[in-house]
Write a protein that binds this ligand. Structure first.
Ligand code: ZN
Length: 262
């Protein structure tokens, strides 16, 4: 799993060389960006990967030099990011032989679903549904048109694992992973990145258990495999809107006692 391209396609954080810029204003404009921003980007990327299970619990991360190269950042930047991840308990570093950095998934489902739902208004949720349906629908259509046989095996494995998940938290993480794998099969780096962002942001809410989800996912995987782009898109859109519709229902049924309107 660790080698998958969508974990480390860090184009946004890559150092870009600008040749022969004249004038001090232009030099200032093209001065290196704040290194904190780059550290934050790496922290966010690796946090998402660990929380979503793209990197398995206990899995050893590549060496610092290799990981820095793959993320397109310096080893200094990577080390700062790893330090922040250690402080959050998401990475553990062991010294000596057999040592290195290892991913640590949070033990409990500490994603705070009720609190997170309470922060969103019904309008927020509708907007989210439109956005998510657009992204997942487009990704599913392209996946049906472009996926390679090697893209399909992970989808099927994840569906099987999802059905056998031991805890609801595990099922939700796998569910998010399934949709990321569909997006990755689209061969679009931007759609895949957007899917990862959405799953990291609202996956824990989206994939609260409700009826027919498993059937939807099977049907999406089948449409992708058959190369039926229109059907894959329609199914993915319907699936996204159903998930968000379920959240809107929950939100209306259980209005939070205290709203945090800022
Ligand atoms: Zn699904």
């Amino acid at each position: 799993m660790f080698g998958d391209k969508y974990c480390y396609d860090m184009a946004a954080a890559k150092e870009v060389r600008v040749p022969e810029i004249a004038g001090s204003a232009r030099s200032a404009a093209f001065a290196p960006v704040d290194s904190t921003a780059r550290v934050d980007a790496v922290v966010r990327r690796l946090t998402d990967a660990i929380l979503l299970g793209l990197v398995a619990d206990g899995e050893q991360l590549p060496s610092e030099a290799e990981l820095a190269a793959r993320l397109g950042v310096s080893t200094v930047t990577l080390r700062e990011a790893l330090m922040a991840l250690r402080q959050r308990g998401l990475v553990e570093t062991r010294r000596g032989r057999g040592g290195g950095s290892f991913a640590r998934a949070p033990r409990e489902d500490s994603l705070g679903v009720p609190g997170r739902l309470a922060e969103l208004t019904v309008e927020d949720l509708r907007d989210l549904g439109d956005h998510y349906a657009a992204v997942s629908g487009a990704a599913a259509r392209l996946a049906a048109q472009r996926s390679l046989p090697s893209d399909l095996a992970p989808l099927k494995r994840t569906l099987v694992a999802m059905a056998a998940a031991a805890t609801p938290g595990e099922a939700r993480r796998l569910h998010g992973r399934f949709h990321i794998e569909v997006a990755a099969a689209s061969q679009s780096a931007r759609l895949t990145q957007e899917e990862i962002r959405l799953q990291a942001d609202i996956g824990a809410l989206l994939w609260l258990p409700h009826t027919t989800q498993g059937e939807d996912d099977e049907a999406i995987a089948e449409a992708v495999e058959r190369g039926d782009g229109d059907l894959a898109r329609a199914l993915a859109e319907r699936h996204a809107l159903a998930a968000v519709g379920h959240l809107i229902e929950l939100r209306l049924r259980y209005p939070p006692e205290v709203r945090h309107d800022h």
